[in-house]
Ligand binder design. Structure first.
Ligand SMILES: Nc1ncnc2c1ncn2[C@@H]1O[C@H](COP(=O)(O)OS(=O)(=O)O)[C@@H](OP(=O)(O)O)[C@H]1O
Length: 354
């Protein structure tokens, strides 16, 4: 398996003795770093977690655990962005599981047969793990380069303002996907409850809602996360594409083509005639992905815990919040979001939902 680190190492001409020495030095450095991460994390603000003992605030954003914060710090320290790569950035529960295979399939069309496509046999989160997870575990990033070289796809939930400097300095493109905050809240609530610590009493929906409104949510505050990428997309439209889950649901072919164009590999009219756009959408549909054995059996490593792969698929619909939130909750969250986003030009209208 190729890793970012091993790719870097392979560019050097080390003898095997030098390589071993280098590994040992790196391990010692990792050990020292771990201690310093723990030290910094112990000083961070914390709040009662939705389903964990505490959530921690780092650089203005909230993480589920100390492991989550450490993962972000490690990415900031070690990740080296390249100009040719694509970074998918999302707030959790905004459609990550959908967009990972979509972008992967756009990148690798022509190289992969739809009947034997890697998306059919590898779960989206094994295909493209979150960087913060990968750097924390120091495991091999999937060997995407054998397929997509020279372009690689990475994923992160990290806010724009906390991205590693190398991402900002590079010419690499960022695709950001967000979703209506009310659906994000509901999806997050059910997801976190399904992976709750057994020894921690989970928050009720009312208590979790209270935390969400205060900004204490998975990689939240919601509004600061979306605004960071929104402003970046206005400032660098050629580098940052801002997309909404609801738009992709409403007119998938149009937005898939927009995505491919932004990535620098637009669909040719011949591909469109051959139905490639339709094939990619069918391959990555909720119905197809959620019924694949690879996505409904087995576990995925998230931080220090293993979670069932099936929990990344719940309903995959727009507007499920209507079945879970009271009118008072809706009014309150609408007002907060409207006020936080005011003047930015970014809005979340319920009318786009069907
Ligand atoms: N293929 C496809 N199409 C449309 N929607 C999909 C798809 N796959 C997953 N989902 C729905 O996305 C929600 C999970 O969000 P994420 O994938 O961003 O979660 S995570 O950040 O990776 O944990 C979660 O939404 P809810 O159903 O509303 O909870 C999933 O069901």
């Amino acid at each position: 398996m190729a890793t970012i680190f091993s790719a870097e190492k392979s560019l050097t001409s080390q003898t095997s003795d030098e390589a071993v020495e280098h590994e040992q030095e790196q391990e010692a450095d990792e050990g020292r770093s771990s201690e310093s991460y723990t030290e910094i994390i112990s000083t961070l603000p914390r709040e009662k977690g939705w389903t964990t003992e505490y959530m921690y605030q780092y650089q203005g954003f909230w993480y589920l655990s100390t492991t989550g914060v450490e993962g972000v710090m490690r990415v900031q320290k070690h990740f080296k962005a390249r100009n040719e790569d694509i970074l998918l950035a999302t707030l959790p529960k905004s459609g990550t599981t959908w967009f990972k295979p979509l972008i992967f399939a756009i990148m690798n069309r022509g190289r992969c047969d739809f009947a034997t496509h890697p998306v059919l046999t590898t779960s989206p989160h094994d295909l493209v793990p979150p960087l913060e997870n990968y750097f924390h575990q120091n495991i091999a990033y999937p060997n995407l380069d054998s397929l997509s070289s020279p372009q690689l796809l990475f994923h992160t939930h990290i806010s724009f303002t906390s991205l590693p400097q190398s991402v900002i300095n590079s010419q690499g493109r960022i695709v950001y996907v967000c979703r209506n905050p009310k659906d994000v809240f509901v999806s997050t609530f059910y997801f976190l409850n399904r992976m709750a610590d057994k020894n921690v009493e989970p928050l009720s929906v009312e208590e979790a809602f209270e935390q969400f409104c205060k900004g204490v949510s998975f990689y939240g505050p919601f509004w600061d996360h979306v605004l960071g990428y929104w402003k970046a997309s206005l400032e660098w439209p050629e580098r940052v594409l801002f997309m909404k889950y609801e738009d992709m649901k409403k007119d998938s072919p149009f937005h898939l083509k927009r995505l491919a164009e932004f990535m620098g590999c637009p669909f040719s009219s011949e591909e469109e005639r051959q139905g490639v756009v339709h094939e990619i959408l069918k391959l990555c549909s909720f119905e197809n992905l959620s019924n694949l054995k690879v996505n409904n059996t087995g576990t995925f490593q998230l931080g220090t815990r293993k979670i069932g792969k099936h929990i990344f698929f719940r309903q995959g619909e727009v507007g499920d919040w209507r079945n879970h939130l009271t009118n008072d909750m809706v009014d309150r969250l609408n007002k907060i979001v409207e006020q936080k986003l005011s003047g930015s030009g970014l809005t979340f209208h319920d009318s786009v939902e069907r």
